[in-house]
Design a protein around this ligand. Sequence first.
Ligand code: AHR
Length: 510
Amino acid sequence: MPAAAQGSARANGPVEVRLDPSRPGPVIDRHVFGQFAEHLGTGIYDGVWVGRDSPIPNVRGIRSDVVAALKALKVPNVRWPGGCFADEYHWRDGIGPADKRRVQINSNWGGVPEPNSFGTHEFMDFAEQIGADAYISVNIGSGTAAEAAAWIEYMTAEKDTTLARERAANGHPAPWKVPILGLGNENWGCGGAMSATHYVEEMKRFAAFTRNYNPAQREGAARMKRIAVGWDSDKLDYTEEVMKAWKDRVYSWDIEGVSLHKYTTGGWPPHLPSTGFGHDQYAEAIADTLTMDSLIAKQSAIMDKYDPEKKLLIAVDEWGAWLEPAPGSNPGFLQQQNSMRDAIIAALNVNIFARHAERVKIANIAQMVNVLQAMILTDGGKMVLTPTYHAFRMYVPFQDARVVPVAFDAGQYVNGKHRLPRVDAMAAKATDGTLWLSLVNVDPARPATFRLPGFASASGEVLGAPKVDSVNTFAAPATVAPRAVSARAKGGVLSIELPPHSVSVVKVMP
Ligand code: AHR
């Protein structure tokens, strides 16, 4: 939370927001709007992949309605194939003729058969169809460095090697780009329960041998970014050990970032319902969400000790609401509804990432379709866009925008033991020079009036809903939907009134 957002007693008054475009801050990397698509439940199968022979409209097996919806979000990158699944994934199981692929058990997620019909070629096709970069997580937990190295060579080699020839024979002569590479996943837990020092020794070998051969990725910003596993909520040792090793690195290996995972749960195990909740469980989820700020600050402080120049980035490559499984669903499928509360959780998290834009340059919401805090829910041929989807679509102007300092008095919304900010605000200058503002009314009961001195007009959208637990369903898909925001100018001050529990993104003009 910005200093200006702390400790106010003002309850109902207008919130004055002052922007200072003369002091531009760091760029909000578009990659903080990344997503995560794991082989988990119906996230891939049904959610993205329906197969070439499906009656559901598809292009080469990938459902067209989902692709069209995701294109509107300008998804910068998709992390795949996991998650925990990544550390049991063997890439050769997912290439070649579909009917010859190995069927395995997805032991992490529901114990169901994993047909491997969606493999490297299908994932790359999907990423290309939605216009996203590939963020590939390699298997450190149960795989070898040689296996990971061969996979990256298979994807990126342009020269006439055995693996490049095999890729061509499987239908893709041109090398793909792999802009982001995850070196394992949660290796302190599902990824092999390794101590931090053990992980570091493994990670260094994987970092050294996973070579990207794509000539278009040899230099500058196009070079592949390797992300080591960092800490999860309360575990600090991974970040410390990774950074210590990085400081003393030798010429043969390097990394470009360290991950951080943080879910909104309200406490483990996840117990907050995704529907039918009131203000208490709303406040509990918001309070937990806001701890993202201090977690990033703690991880940044560790990184600063070894990397004061901020050469390495933080990838918050798993974040979002992890709630009670939807009634009647397979608990291993992590299916949950998505409400107005989720949209507010998304907005608050992204605003926190923007405040840490100097370090946080990649983030991936968990997950894309049908799993956890999803953008999209599907059921057979039906599809519905969630409140989180709408928040992401509204935030598109912030991709690669430059942070503009914003001062405001956040006030307080109190619920039981939770003393929360009543409002939140974040501002940035978009790549086309226009000035954008995110305004969040966290308070579930009171509208909020924002006053912007020096501005004459605004256009944009507000995402609101009848209740904090309002959801979109296949039968009622537009209960939570954006509408045009209304703003009034008087005496050199622009006023924007937001309903309770709402998110707004507006372009403001002097
Ligand atoms: O997103 C679900 C799971 O959460 C991921 O597989 C794992 O990395 C994390 O614990």
